[in-house]
Write a protein that binds this ligand. Sequence first.
Ligand SMILES: C[S@@+](CC[C@H](N)C(=O)[O-])C[C@H]1O[C@@H](n2cnc3c(N)ncnc32)[C@H](O)[C@@H]1O
Length: 222
Amino acid sequence: MVGIVKIKNFILSPLIKWIIMHPKIMESKLFLKAMFIFPSKISKTYDEKMVGSGQDLHKAMDQGLRRIFNKPQKILDLCTGTGFASLEVAKVFPLSSIDAIDQITEMLDIARKKARESGIQNIDFKVENAAKLNYEDNEFDLIVTSNAPIYLSEAVRVLRPGGLLLVVYSFGGEVFLHLNAEVDQYFNKNGIDLLEMKRIGNGAYALGQKINDQGGIDNANL
Ligand SMILES: C[S@@+](CC[C@H](N)C(=O)[O-])C[C@H]1O[C@@H](n2cnc3c(N)ncnc32)[C@H](O)[C@@H]1O
């Protein structure tokens, strides 16, 4: 098991670092096409594989959500897949209005079923492309995304100044330990102040806050 984790990190670390240094790759046609084909193929077995992977699925998300300090009313979960993040968010913020988007209908069907079965009613699951969202600028107080590519510039566009961004991975935590400077730089270039990044169990979370037009944090807006 330790061997597999080491190999994963050996491959993941340079890959994640490379993607963070070259974020344009996530806007390339090839990447977007792969993101369309691959998830639709794995949608039926995705939850089973995630649970069966032996990773601490919820730890990083739970800890990250505890750090949210701005009482968000409007929340967006990007690349929700089968709804993992939005369902967790709904438990913590039952009175907030949550939009959860993904471009794969099959994934969203599973997410809707899970929400229905849990009696959760404050999530609206929508088909959307995270790289080109049909939302106005500055609409959301909190954006979360888990175990997915980060379409950062588009996320920042729809996040209001002072709003929070929570990026969570339930695997590869070891990798992020060594990427603090890169993530800080990547966030900063996109108008996000990195508040903290923590390894939790097998995963990690990064919490950031959108900088206002004057280059500061608008605390009155919290
Ligand atoms: C590995 S899954 C993660 C799902 C979920 N967030 C979780 O933590 O279990 C990645 C998801 O990102 C979605 N995705 C990737 N690129 C996307 C894009 N450009 N627009 C919308 N969804 C996208 C995929 O369809 C897939 O459901």
